[in-house]
Design a protein around this ligand. Structure first.
Ligand SMILES: NC(=O)c1ccc[n+]([C@@H]2O[C@H](COP(=O)([O-])OP(=O)(O)OC[C@H]3O[C@@H](n4cnc5c(N)ncnc54)[C@H](O)[C@@H]3O)[C@@H](O)[C@H]2O)c1
Length: 267
């Protein structure tokens, strides 16, 4: 289905080695796209690319720390040189940080902002440089519900994702005159290594996971492929009139107010 729109396009996925990014990498590669896994997790990224090549698809791993201007610039220059175009970029790399303000060191704050916000800026800036010149392309960024409503112990992460929402708006306005689109995806709780790491802090991770599932009106946690499907849609011409949008893929999480037990959704 996606092949009709995405075959032979060149796609960069930052944070593509695991979780949501890896699902997008698999989706794009299986649709026939030349897919670049840009990540700091060298072994995982390489293994993913090699397994897709083994299936007969085109995928390659490239070490890229999104918080490094040099890494991001050289990755984009290499992809453009190698493939002659950059059609789609999924700016997705991110790290978690679960501390309140009083326990957040300046170094901790800085690292989260460097990866989650400056990294998005650097990847977004390079995307627009190449895409606006060719007057075509789609950039998709991963935000979070924490950008608009959060909890007390996620201060740096929430601030970084609030910045991502603003970045989506600003970049979409800059890119629109060139026919280049910029959108954000806003995942709810998705079963990825990031969430699994956070759950490890609890005494009963599986119970915590089921509580998270029941807090989403569709009563399940999302799978990485749920997000990848939206990303792929936004990458295609089927989404040609969508730009500057922040689209939820959260099982209804952000639609409601916490009015009591999940059973209240059924009454
Ligand atoms: N899983 C969720 O429930 C959820 C919900 C909302 C938003 N998000 C966001 O989705 C994105 C992906 O998260 P995930 O859950 O798949 O996490 P994950 O930890 O499974 O994957 C994140 C990937 O980013 C890579 N990465 C980390 N720092 C990097 C850097 N400096 N440069 C390049 N790559 C780097 C990691 O190596 C990893 O492959 C993140 O931006 C995250 O904030 C996740």
């Amino acid at each position: 289905m996606w092949g009709e729109y995405l075959a032979d396009s060149t796609v960069i996925v930052s944070g593509g080695a695991t979780g949501i990014g890896a699902a997008a990498v698999r989706g794009f590669a299986r649709a026939g796209a030349k897919t670049i896994v840009a990540d700091v997790a060298d072994e995982l990224g390489e293994t993913l690319a090699v397994s897709l090549v083994g299936e007969g698809h085109r995928a390659v791993f490239r070490h890229c720390d999104v918080s490094s201007e040099r890494d991001v610039e050289s990755t984009f220059a290499w992809v453009n040189e190698e493939y002659g175009a950059i059609d789609v970029v999924f700016a997705n790399a991110g790290i978690e940080w679960t501390k309140d303000a009083r326990h957040t060191t300046l170094a901790g704050w800085q690292r989260v902002i460097d990866v989650n916000l400056t990294g998005m800026f650097l990847v977004g800036r390079e995307s627009l440089r190449f895409m606006c010149e060719r007057a075509r392309g789609s950039l998709i960024m991963t935000s979070s519900p924490h950008a608009v409503a959060t909890v007390a112990d996620t201060v740096a992460y929430a601030a970084s994702k609030g910045g991502v929402n603003a970045l989506v708006h600003a970049l979409s306005l800059e890119a629109a005159p060139y026919g280049v689109r910029v959108n954000g995806v806003v995942p709810g709780t998705i079963d990825t290594p990031m969430v699994r790491r956070e759950l490890q802090a609890s005494s009963d991770p599986e119970l915590q996971l089921s509580l998270l599932a029941s807090s989403q009106p569709l009563r399940r946690v999302g799978q990485p492929e749920d997000v990848a499907n939206l990303v792929m849609f936004l990458a295609t011409p089927m989404a040609s009139f969508i730009t500057g949008a922040l689209m939820s893929v959260d099982g209804g999480l952000m639609a409601g107010l916490p009015t009591g037990s999940p059973a209240s959704y059924q009454d």
